[in-house]
Design a protein around this ligand. Structure first.
Ligand SMILES: Nc1nc2c(c(=O)[nH]1)N[C@@H](CNc1ccc(C(=O)N[C@@H](CCC(=O)N[C@@H](CCC(=O)N[C@@H](CCC(=O)O)C(=O)O)C(=O)O)C(=O)O)cc1)CN2
Ligand code: MET
Ligand SMILES: [Zn+2]
Length: 762
C-alpha cells in the first residue's frame, strides 16, 4: 500500500442554502420584489459561501459550476444555445427572462417538459434538440472557475454534464441520429475544455451517470470516440469521468476509457463495483474516485466500517493519488443538521446532511493518509451503539400482523365493478380531481402560525374546516361528480403521513430541492413504521357530511411514502414498504368504517423507484405491487380503490399497473400529447381509467374544445364505460381562479361529449 495518497473531494453541493435563501431569492425575483442586479449579487454571495464552507470542512477538490438558478440540465442546454423557437430568443447571451421562461413557461409559450433525474425526486428540464444547431453561448464552467479563483483563491474543479448523458436525457431527435448529433456537440465541449485548460484548471469532473443506467454496450463506441477526442484535443487537462447512483454497467470498458480518473458509486453499486475491481483490477495510470459516503441518504457513516471497505478497495488499487468522495452530488440531501433542535439527541447524532458528510470525508481521508483521529472514531462508534440500543428493532408483532393481511381483493374486478356501479350510480365519463386544491399563502401561513403556537389547535381546525367547506361548495357548483376534501391540512403528501405514523421523524429545516424553487422535507424513517391513530378520517368525514356527492378519501401509497422519505438502510426496502402498507391498511379500514368507500391511494413515485438497471425491474415491481395490494385489498367489493400516478411513460410497466388491481387509475397524459393513450391502446387495459386531460403545471386555462379533443381521442381506444375525466395531477400549486375556470371547462367538455355521444348512466 506504499505510494497511495488520498484527496478529499466533493461532487456537488446543495444550492438551497441553510435557510432556503436560494428559493426565497428566486421567488422574490419572479414576483418582481427584487431587481435583477440585487438578485445576481445575492446569488453570488450564496454561491461563494457554499464554496468557502466546503473548503473550511477540509475538502480539497471542490466542485464549481454545479450552482444554478434553476437546474443544471437547463444551464447546459442554454449554454449550448438550445432554446426552443417558441421562446423567440434572439439574444447572443441568453437573458435571465428567456432562461426562466423555458423553465416556467409564459402565457404564450408552454414551459419545457420536466422529468425525474434518474431514480431521484429531483426534476430536470428536458432539452428540446429538434431543429436547433448547438452553439456555445457562454463558457459557464470557465466563468465559475475564474470566479472562485479570483474571489477566494480557491482552485476549483469545474463540473460538467457529459455529452453522452446530456444527449441521452434530451428529446427531439431520432435514436439513429445519436452519433451525428454527438459530433455537433463534441467540438463545443472541446472548446470549453480548452479554455479551462488555458485558464489553468487541473481537474474537470464530467458527469456521465447514464453509463450506469442499463447503458447499451454498443453505444460504448460513441463514448470511446468522445473521450478520445477530448484526450487528443485537450491533453493537459485531467478528466474525472464521474458515474453515480449505481454500479458501472460495463466496468472493463469504462475504466479503459482514455481519461485520467474514473468515479464510481461504492454505496449503491458496492457489490458489483467491488467485484469488478477485484477481478478486473484498476488501470495503473488512473485515479479512482471512491464514492463511499452516501449522497442520497442521511445516515451518519460508520467510519470503522467505511475504513475497512476502503482497505479492501485499496488492496486492489495501483499506486498513485485517488479521491475519496460522496457517492453522488449532495444535491439530494439537506444542508446541515445544525438547525435541528427538536430531534431526539440519539437520532440527531445519527444523522449526517451535506455539511456533516463533508466532515466524514475529511476524517476518512485523514485516516487513510495515516493521520487517524482516535477520538473521532470512538465518538462515531458510540453513536452507532446508542442508536442500535434505542431504535431499529424489527418488531415481530408487526411482521405477524402483516402476514395475516390479504394481498388480493375478495372478488375479481369484473364482479367488483357490478357492485360498484350499483352502489355509486355515476354518470358515464364521471368527472373528478386528483386531490389537492390550491395551497395558498393563506393556508401555509395559518399552518405556520399553528406550528409556532400562535394559533390554537381549535383555531387551526376551524380554519381547515372552513377551507373544506368553501371547496366542497365550489365543487358542487362546478358540477363535479366525485368530490375531494382538498388536502388543506397537509404540508406535503408524504411529510404529512410521516408526522402521523410511528417510526418517522420529521426535521425542522431538512429541505431538499424537488424542482426549480420547489422543495420537499422528506421525513426520516428510523424505526418500525406503525399505525397509531386515524390520520385522514376526520377531515374526510367532515367533507362528506357537507354533500350528497361521494367524497373520495385521499392517501399516499406505501411505495411513494418510502421513495420520498429517507429510509432505513439496515433492512430491505421492501420490508419497510410492507410496514407502511400495513399501517395504511388500518387507515383504509378506518375510512371504510366512517362511510368513506371510495379511496384513492396515490403512487406517483412508483415509476421513479424503478431500478436504473433493467434486469432489476421485475424484483422491484413485484414487491412494490405487493405493498400496494397489502394496503388496499382488505376492503369490501363495493369499496372503490383509486390510484394516481404522474410523470407519464408507463408503456413499459403496464403489466405492473394492471397487477395493482386498483378499480380506477388516474394518470398524467396531457404533456405527452396522447402518447400514453397509445400505450393503453396496444396493451388492452380492462379496468377504469382517468386520463389527465389538462396540464396542471401551467397557469394556462385549457379551453373546452381542446379538452374535448383529448377525450374524443381517448374514446377511440377506450370504452366509455371505463373512462373518467380529470386533470393530470393535484391542483395545489395553482391559484383559485385558474382552478375554478379550468375545472368548469373540464366539466363542460365532459357534458358536451356525453350529450353528443348520447351517453348517460354507467
Ligand atoms: N414529497 C413530495 N415529493 C414530490 C411531490 C410532492 O408533492 N411531495 N410532487 C412532485 C414534485 N412537486 C412538488 C410540488 C410542489 C412542492 C411545493 O410546493 N413545495 C413547497 C413546500 C411545501 C411545504 O412543505 N409547505 C409547508 C410550509 C413551508 C414553508 O415554507 N412555510 C413558510 C411560511 C409559508 C410561506 O411563506 O409560504 C415558513 O415556514 O416560513 C406547509 O404547507 O406547511 C415549497 O417549496 O414551497 C414540492 C414538490 C414530485 N415529488
Ligand atoms: C404528485 S401526485 C399528487 C397527488 C395528490 N393527491 C394531490 O392531489 O396533490
Ligand atoms: Zn400527481
Amino acid at each position: 500500500m506504499m505510494g497511495i495518497t488520498w484527496t478529499s473531494s466533493n461532487l456537488g453541493y446543495p444550492r438551497l442554502g441553510e435557510n432556503r435563501e436560494w428559493k426565497k431569492l428566486l421567488e422574490r425575483l419572479w414576483k418582481n420584489e427584487l431587481d435583477e442586479e440585487t438578485f445576481l449579487k445575492e446569488m453570488k454571495h450564496l454561491r461563494l459561501n457554499h464554496l468557502k464552507k466546503q473548503k473550511a470542512k477540509g475538502i480539497q477538490s471542490i466542485p464549481v459550476g454545479d450552482f444554478t438558478f434553476y437546474d443544471h440540465m437547463l444551464d447546459t442546454a442554454v449554454m449550448f444555445g438550445i432554446i426552443p423557437r417558441r421562446f423567440h430568443s434572439t439574444d447572443k447571451k441568453i437573458s435571465l427572462s428567456t432562461y426562466f421562461a423555458m423553465a416556467r413557461g409564459t402565457a404564450e409559450a408552454p414551459a419545457c417538459e420536466m422529468t425525474k433525474w434518474f431514480n431521484t425526486n429531483y426534476h430536470y428540464i428536458v432539452p428540446e434538440l429538434n431543429e436547433t444547431i448547438p452553439t456555445l453561448t457562454e463558457n459557464k464552467p470557465l466563468k465559475a472557475y475564474l470566479e472562485v479563483k479570483e474571489e477566494l483563491g480557491i482552485e476549483g474543479k469545474p463540473v460538467l454534464i457529459g455529452p453522452i448523458t446530456f444527449l441521452k436525457l434530451s428529446k427531439g431527435y431520432k435514436k439513429e441520429s445519436f452519433g451525428s448529433l454527438l459530433q455537433k456537440f463534441v467540438p463545443l465541449y472541446v472548446k470549453i475544455l480548452q479554455e479551462l485548460e488555458e485558464a489553468g484548471a487541473a481537474w474537470i469532473q464530467i458527469d456521465e451517470p447514464s453509463l450506469n443506467a442499463s447503458f447499451p454496450i454498443e453505444d460504448y463506441f460513441f463514448v470511446q470516440k468522445v473521450y478520445e477526442t477530448f484526450q487528443r484535443e485537450v491533453p493537459n487537462i485531467s478528466i474525472m469521468l464521474q458515474t453515480y447512483f449505481e454500479a458501472a454497467d460495463h466496468y472493463t470498458k469504462l475504466v479503459s476509457l482514455p481519461v485520467d480518473g474514473i468515479g464510481l458509486d461504492f454505496v449503491h453499486g458496492w457489490e458489483k463495483n467491488i467485484q469488478a475491481l477485484k477481478t478486473e483490477g484498476f488501470p495503473a495510470n488512473k485515479s479512482l474516485g471512491v464514492g463511499l459516503i452516501d449522497g442520497r441518504n442521511v445516515w451518519r457513516a460508520d467510519l470503522q466500517k467505511k475504513h475497512s471497505e476502503l482497505e479492501l478497495i485499496t488492496s486492489y488499487l495501483p499506486e498513485g493519488n485517488h479521491f475519496l468522495q460522496p457517492s453522488s452530488s449532495l444535491l439530494h440531501v439537506p444542508v446541515s443538521t445544525n438547525s435541528e433542535r427538536k430531534l431526539s439527541p440519539v437520532l440527531k447524532d445519527s444523522l449526517s446532511f451535506a455539511d456533516e458528510k463533508l466532515e466524514e470525508i475529511n476524517s476518512l481521508t485523514n485516516m487513510l493518509n495515516k493521520k487517524p483521529d482516535e477520538k473521532w472514531l470512538e465518538k462515531n462508534q458510540k453513536v452507532f451503539q446508542r442508536f442500535a440500543e434505542t431504535f431499529r428493532q424489527q418488531s415481530e408483532k408487526i411482521t405477524g400482523e402483516k402476514n395475516k393481511l390479504p394481498s388480493k381483493r375478495s372478488l375479481p374486478f369484473s364482479e367488483r365493478k357490478t357492485h360498484q356501479d350499483n352502489k355509486w350510480k355515476l354518470p358515464l365519463l364521471p368527472t373528478t380531481t386528483i386531490g389537492s386544491f390550491p395551497q395558498t399563502k393563506e393556508v401555509r401561513l395559518e399552518r405556520r402560525a399553528f406550528r409556532k403556537g400562535e394559533k390554537s389547535i381549535n383555531e387551526y381546525q376551524t380554519f381547515i374546516q372552513n377551507k373544506i367547506k368553501e371547496w366542497i361548495d365550489i365543487q358542487e357548483e362546478i358540477g363535479l361528480d366525485v368530490l375531494v376534501h382538498g388536502e388543506f391540512e397537509r404540508n406535503d403528501m408524504v411529510e404529512f403521513f410521516g408526522e402521523k405514523l410511528n417510526g418517522f421523524a420529521f426535521t425542522e429545516n431538512g429541505w431538499v430541492q424537488s424542482y426549480g424553487s420547489r422543495c420537499v422535507k422528506p421525513p426520516i424513517i428510523y424505526d418500525d413504521v406503525a399505525f397509531e391513530h386515524p390520520m385522514t378520517v376526520e377531515e374526510t368525514r367532515f367533507a362528506q357530511s357537507l354533500t350528497e356527492k361521494p367524497v373520495k378519501g385521499m392517501l399516499t401509497g406505501p411505495v411513494t411514502i418510502l421513495n420520498w422519505s429517507f429510509e432505513r438502510d439496515d433492512i430491505p426496502r421492501e420490508e419497510v414498504a410492507y410496514q407502511i402498507a400495513l399501517a395504511l391498511s388500518y387507515e383504509i379500514k378506518a375510512l371504510e368504517s366512517a362511510g368513506i368507500e371510495m379511496i384513492q391511494v396515490d403512487e406517483p413515485a412508483l415509476r421513479e423507484g424503478l431500478p436504473l438497471k433493467r434486469e432489476e425491474w421485475d424484483r422491484y415491481l413485484n414487491w412494490a405491487v405487493h405493498a400496494f395490494r397489502l394496503a388496499t385489498s382488505n376492503v369490501k367489493p363495493s369499496t372503490q380503490i383509486h390510484t394516481h400516478m404522474c410523470y407519464s411513460e408507463f408503456h413499459d410497466m403496464i403489466e405492473a399497473i394492471r397487477a395493482l388491481d386498483a378499480d380506477v387509475i388516474s394518470i398524467e397524459t396531457s404533456r405527452s400529447h396522447g402518447e400514453l393513450i397509445e400505450a393503453f391502446e396496444t396493451a388492452i387495459y380492462e379496468k377504469e381509467i382517468g386520463l389527465g386531460i389538462y396540464d396542471i403545471h401551467s397557469p394556462r386555462i385549457p379551453s373546452v374544445g381542446e379538452m374535448k379533443e383529448m377525450i374524443e381521442r381517448a374514446l377511440r381506444v377506450l370504452p366509455a364505460s371505463l373512462f373518467w375525466i380529470n386533470p393530470d395531477c393535484g391542483l395545489k400549486t395553482r391559484n383559485k381562479e385558474e382552478t375554478v375556470k379550468s375545472l368548469k371547462n373540464m366539466v363542460q367538455a365532459a357534458e358536451e361529449i356525453r350529450e353528443s355521444h348520447k351517453l348517460q348512466i354507467k
